[in-house]
Design a protein around this ligand. Structure first.
Ligand code: KIV
Ligand code: ZN
Length: 522
């Protein structure tokens, strides 16, 4: 296996693969590229860009991410099947540092009820796949899915076999979020010391958060010798999510006295990455989320405020600026020039070669005309909005709405559907309800299916009376879910735009992910 120089823990980011499995988190290729570029700026070591065999859309996104980033290794997930491996290899072929991530389940539950395979057959499939992958790429990671519920003796056997076959990284997933930190440390120690060649290579932890212990288990794995942690920005992922990148990075940094290891992550770009992902996916960051939540550095109790004013370290173990949360957040206004705008984007890590600066600057000017103060979060919203380069089926051409004491609120909406403008009027329980009803009627008038609206959230993302309101809504149809998100100083406009964004995502999903292959299937 590979040996790492210095005592570094690799950060393997799977926001674009495992993270994307969060309900509604599907990203189109433009959005994935935007996130991948931000991950490179952030300094992650490995980007798992998708699961190439699952769909054309995923294949294409991996291919484009592979071409766009230079520093991190770019991986595709792959089952141990020949066609999966061929597809994954083709997807990463253009990467500066390509790699494959091959996995198969190892727990008896999975073998008996999902794979219908014996242990011998599983070892044979794993070895075959690792050998096949190693004929083409130097970086091959092997994962034993459901490792935390697998027989440790069998884990020793299969990891020894894949190491001999050429696996360069061995990953030990806690697929169901079942592990307990003490057991995790012990398991990593046993694997590293009990397997021929196990003490030389890179051991990796991949934890899910079902019992709220993903970060604790990842740190416990590091204590047991893991030198790669797999995680997602904001901890997004299936069910309760994955290990949160920002939490694990800041825990390793803040408690260097305990762990004694570093990462290559440039922590000052954490906040922008967190907000960018939230804007792109529409998944809000909980206000009390460690490190990146709105309240993560807010001191409310008088005694705390008093202490912090006297000496910050009385109640602060990290500084907001360590993760790029500017204390002086008023950055730009309507008189700011292009230079100041680009400068601020650069320091947030949001500037890259592919960004259309003229377009982004025009959006900034339009916002600064409506709003006195433009904050970092506003700039993130501008970049996120510019990231979805897909031809969209629906476009909001205009709307009008009225709420009076004389009758029900009404809305008139003009929607362009595949280029044809349609006008509809409707009433509702409130102006937003009326606007959504009018949009639904426009869809129905051209025979488009109107999905169910499952969730609708509004919050303010910046301060003051002219704050940007952020709306996210989730629509659902036949097993597909799509999240739309938009921000505007006018909350009705943000609501209409978020609904249209969700409808566009759903239309994209229908076209690009018709019947996706499940990575956890046999
Ligand atoms: O949780 C899991 O087991 C996975 C593997 C595919 C690594 O995501
Ligand atoms: Zn996972």
């Amino acid at each position: 296996m590979e040996t790492m120089t210095g005592d570094f823990v690799r950060i393997f980011d799977t926001t674009l693969r495992d993270g994307e499995q969060s309900p509604g988190a599907t990203m189109n290729t433009g959005e994935k590229l935007t996130i991948a570029r931000q991950l490179e700026v952030l300094g992650v070591d490995v980007i798992e860009a998708g699961f190439a065999a699952s769909s054309e859309g995923d294949f294409d996104a991996i291919r484009q991410v592979a071409a766009a980033v230079r520093e991190p290794v770019v991986l595709s997930l792959s089952r141990t099947r020949g066609p999966d491996i061929e597809r994954a290899l083709a997807a990463v072929a253009g990467a500066a540092r390509p790699g494959l991530h091959v996995f198969i389940a190892t727990s008896d539950i999975h073998l008996r009820h999902k794979l219908m395979m014996t242990r011998e057959q599983v070892v044979e499939a794993a070895v075959w796949a690792v050998e096949r992958a190693r004929q083409h790429v130097d970086h091959v990671e092997f994962s034993a899915e459901d490792a935390s519920r697998s027989d440790p003796d069998f884990l020793c056997e299969i990891f020894a076999a894949v190491i001999a076959a050429g696996a360069t990284v061995c990953n030990v997933p806690d697929t169901t979020g079942y592990a307990i930190p003490e057991q995790t440390t012990a398991l990593f120690r046993r694997l590293r010391t009990g397997i021929p060649g196990g003490d030389r290579g890179v051991w990796s932890a991949h934890c899910h958060n079902d019992l709220g212990m993903a970060v604790a288990n990842s740190l416990a794995a590091v204590a047991g010798g893991a030198r790669q942690v797999e995680c997602t920005v904001n901890g997004i992922g299936e069910r309760a999510g994955n290990t949160s990148l920002e939490e694990v990075v800041m825990a390793l940094r803040t408690r260097h006295d305990v762990f004694g290891v570093d990462t290559h992550v440039r922590a000052e770009h954490i906040f922008a990455a967190s907000r960018l992902l939230s804007q792109v996916t529409g998944i809000a960051v909980p206000i009390n989320k460690p490190i990146v939540g709105d309240n993560a550095f807010a001191h409310e109790a008088g005694i705390h405020q008093d202490g912090v004013l006297k000496y910050k370290l009385t109640y602060e173990i990290m500084r907001p600026e360590d993760i790029g949360r500017a204390t002086n957040t008023l950055v730009l206004g309507k008189h700011s020039g292009r230079h100041a705008f680009v400068d601020r984007l650069r320091s947030l890590g949001l500037f890259h070669d592919e960004l259309d600066v003229n377009e982004a600057f025009a959006a900034f000017k339009a916002l600064a005309d409506r709003k006195k103060s433009v904050y970092d979060e506003d700039l993130v919203a501008i970049v996120a909005r510019k990231s979805s380069h897909v031809a969209e089926r629906y476009e909001l051409a205009g709307f009008e709405c009225a709420s009076t004491s004389e009758g029900p609120p009404r809305a008139r909406v003009r929607l362009r559907i595949a280029g044809q403008e349609i006008e509809q009027e409707a009433s509702g329980d409130g102006v937003i309800d009326a606007t959504y009803a009018a949009i639904g009627q426009a869809l129905a008038s051209v025979g488009d299916h109107v999905p169910a609206l499952d969730r609708f959230d509004v919050k303010s993302i910046t301060r003051g009376a002219d704050a940007l309101g952020e709306v996210s809504c989730l629509v659902r149809e036949e097993g597909r879910v799509a999240l739309g998100q938009a921000s505007h100083t006018d909350i009705i406009q943000a609501s209409a735009a978020a609904y249209v964004a969700a409808l566009n995502k759903l239309a994209w999903l229908r076209a690009h992910r018709p019947g996706e292959d499940d990575p956890h299937g046999p």
